[in-house]
Design a protein around this ligand. Structure first.
Ligand code: UD2
Ligand code: MN
Length: 288
């Protein structure tokens, strides 16, 4: 029944979207938390869920299906803040969205790239092919958007969204930075063979990913407009650096075609459908 109603509806893009611009946002984290007592979607009455993590507006038909993938381990506090912050924004933006939290087990050092590959594969296995194109937002859990005029949709070219981050004084530390938050169509992620699975620990996987996109012919990869693409990062401890990252990065191109989406080894331990997100627990093989 729901599906029939939607077919009759207008595209969401034809509606005036009620963005508020700068969010009522305080860098002082305690203040932020006391202002927001849990997800309170502004347009909840016109929104619905399929009960499996997918939320979509009933008043119009979104052009894309947004899948937010978050690599995750041991940041429960961040996850709570993330949901409080983003659920109202995503619903104001009239998006058809799903938040996938991909949690790596503790047998190995953290592997952000592999978790994105797993998130992509899981999303495809959960989706019918005849739906709107999948737009992946590859998202650090600790980055909070400061201005909701930045819509979580994909454009023609893969786009780096976290251009201004408070901890970097809202300037790109280097031109090629492609870490933090990125928007990319599922098909483009496929063509590039996703992320390398060989980066354990902190650093390098984002630069390698950008090089893959360029190599796959997806150039130009672009940065979002820095005047609206602004984020605050929740404070956290620094992850142990991956000492192998520079070597891996320089030899990356030899492996683009054989190390990535097509080679990621993992086992899905469990999938939990929560009210506002899907938690996918992943076991990584121990012999890597
Ligand atoms: C930077 C990049 C990030 C990534 C990382 C190097 C920006 C704004 N961010 O982040 O995208 O390239 O460097 O790997 O450029 N995580 C966990 N548990 C952990 C470790 C990581 O959940 O124990 C996840 C979480 O989603 C986190 C993300 O991985 O936000 C990146 O890790 P980080 O925030 O510790 O690293 P950071 O801030 O230096
Ligand atoms: Mn961080």
């Amino acid at each position: 029944v729901t599906k029939e109603i939607i077919v009759e509806q207008r595209n969401c893009s034809t509606l005036e979207q009620k963005f508020v611009g700068m969010l009522n946002f305080s860098k002082n984290y305690t203040t932020y938390k006391s202002l927001h007592k849990g997800p309170s979607p502004v347009v909840q009455s016109t929104y619905t869920t399929d009960g499996r993590g997918r939320w979509f507006p009933l008043t119009c038909r979104p052009r894309q299906r947004t899948i937010i993938v978050i690599p995750f381990r041991d940041r429960d506090e961040h996850l709570k803040i993330f949901l409080d912050h983003y659920v109202p924004i995503l619903q104001r933006q009239l998006l058809d969205y799903t938040i996938l939290v991909v949690e790596q087990d503790s047998t190995q050092r953290f592997n952000r790239g592999a978790m994105f590959n797993v998130g992509h594969k899981t999303a495809l296995s959960m989706t019918d092919e005849d739906q709107a194109p999948l737009c992946f937002i590859l998202h650090d859990i600790d980055l909070l958007l400061e201005n909701d005029r930045l819509t979580y949709e994909c454009s023609q070219h893969p786009t780096h969204l976290s251009v201004g981050v408070d901890t970097f004084e809202y300037r790109l530390p280097y031109t090629y930075l492609f870490g933090g938050v990125v928007a990319i169509f599922g098909e483009q992620f496929n063509i590039s063979n996703g992320f390398s699975n060989l980066f354990f620990g902190w650093g390098g996987e984002d630069d390698d990913f950008r090089a893959r996109l360029v190599e796959a012919g997806l150039f130009p990869v672009q940065h979002e407009n820095g005047s609206i693409a602004r984020y605050s990062m929740i404070t956290h401890d620094q992850v142990e650096k991956n000492e192998a990252r520079v070597d891996l990065w320089s030899t990356g191109p030899e492996r683009f075609h054989c190390d990535g989406l097509n080679s990621v080894e993992y086992k899905v331990d469990s999938i939990h459908y929560k009210e506002h997100y899907v938690l996918i627990k992943i076991d990584m093989p121990t012999d890597l």
